[in-house]
Design a protein around this ligand. Structure first.
Ligand code: ADP
Length: 302
């Protein structure tokens, strides 16, 4: 059984010809409100790929929050610990997607701020009974730190996708088994600008020295630098025509842990995750772009 702990956001998405400069106004198009939030995206990816998954999260008591909780359940996840906060909006993200498929994102925690240390402690049993715990950094750091500590006590392996980028305390990093930063996040955590394989190797070494066994630095279209006990290699991704990379990393993480849960080797799980993420970048939006199991299996066997 997998437990994902993390954020839920309503993504307000606008397609833009390019990103506006400060003080500039541009005409966008295709405004949509799409379910997002790194925690939710990763949980949905795992659920659509048929993982046995429980999600720990906080939504607001607005229409979006109530609807999304139902939609998580329809995707097959256990939503017992998706808490509805009274008199509180669901978290939001304001997203611009350029015609090149790049994005800029600004988020506000709102209900996600309730996933603090005391709240996380109430989920001790679920965390400690899980086979894997997957988290990100869009909910309070104290809650993430507490969950990692509880998992560590029980021997539940912890996978941290350290996004959005921020520096992290050593106490948290010491309880992480597998970390999955992208290039920006790897640089913020290690001080090493990751631009190629040798800088990825150096950044991985810094993270290994902090006690993390497996370091996976995602490199966008190039794939992932995976390093286990200071032995690293590049595992290339799949070539597709990208239209929107929102949730590529989230789909990768949810799929990767699903693979591990099924007993796949690290490499096989990464290949499976590359396939799921590649499909997601060919589609618009966050949760709307996350593929189902049948699609990933067909992609891999095509
Ligand atoms: P993030 O979205 O967190 O910044 P990355 O951009 O590093 O993460 O992408 C994560 C994973 O998504 C990659 O390792 C790869 O599997 C897949 N991916 C991202 N961009 C592309 C792309 N243009 N083509 C194919 N796969 C991609």
């Amino acid at each position: 059984k997998l437990v994902v702990l993390g954020s839920v956001n309503a993504d307000h998405v606008l397609q833009v010809p390019r990103f506006p400069r400060p003080g500039e106004t541009l005409h966008g198009r295709n405004y949509q409100v799409i379910p997002g939030g790194k925690g939710a995206n990763q949980a949905v990816a795992a659920a659509r790929l048929n993982a046995d998954i429980g999600f720990i999260a906080c939504v607001g008591d607005d229409a979006f929050g109530l609807d999304i909780r139902d939609s998580f359940a329809r995707d097959g996840m256990n939503v017992e610990h998706v808490c509805v906060e009274k008199h509180c909006p669901t978290g939001i993200a304001i997203i611009q997607v350029s015609d090149e498929g790049e994005n800029t994102i600004c988020i506000s925690a709102e209900a996600n701020a309730h996933l603090d240390e005391p709240r996380v402690s109430t989920y001790q049993q679920s965390i400690q009974q899980a086979d894997y715990l997957l988290m990100q950094l869009e909910t309070p750091l104290e809650g993430v730190t507490k969950a990692a500590e509880l998992a560590k006590q029980a021997g539940t392996p912890v996978i941290l996708n350290p996004a959005p980028a921020q520096e992290l305390p050593r106490e948290l990093l010491a309880n992480i088994d597998i970390i999955t930063p992208n290039e920006t996040e790897a640089e913020v955590l290690t001080g090493i600008a990751v631009t190629d394989e040798s800088s990825a190797e150096q950044a991985a070494k810094v993270l290994h020295d902090l006690g993390i066994k497996v370091v996976m630095i995602t490199l966008g279209a190039r794939g992932v630098w995976v390093s286990e006990n200071n032995q690293g290699q590049l595992i290339a991704g799949f070539r597709v025509d990208a239209v929107d990379t929102t949730a590529a990393g989230d789909t990768f993480n949810g799929a990767f842990v699903t693979g591990l849960l099924e007993g796949m080797s690290l490499e096989t799980a990464i290949r499976f995750a590359h396939a799921a993420a590649a499909i997601s970048v060919t589609r618009f939006g966050a949760q709307t772009s996350i593929p189902y199991r049948r699609e990933v299996d067909e992609f891999l066997h095509a």
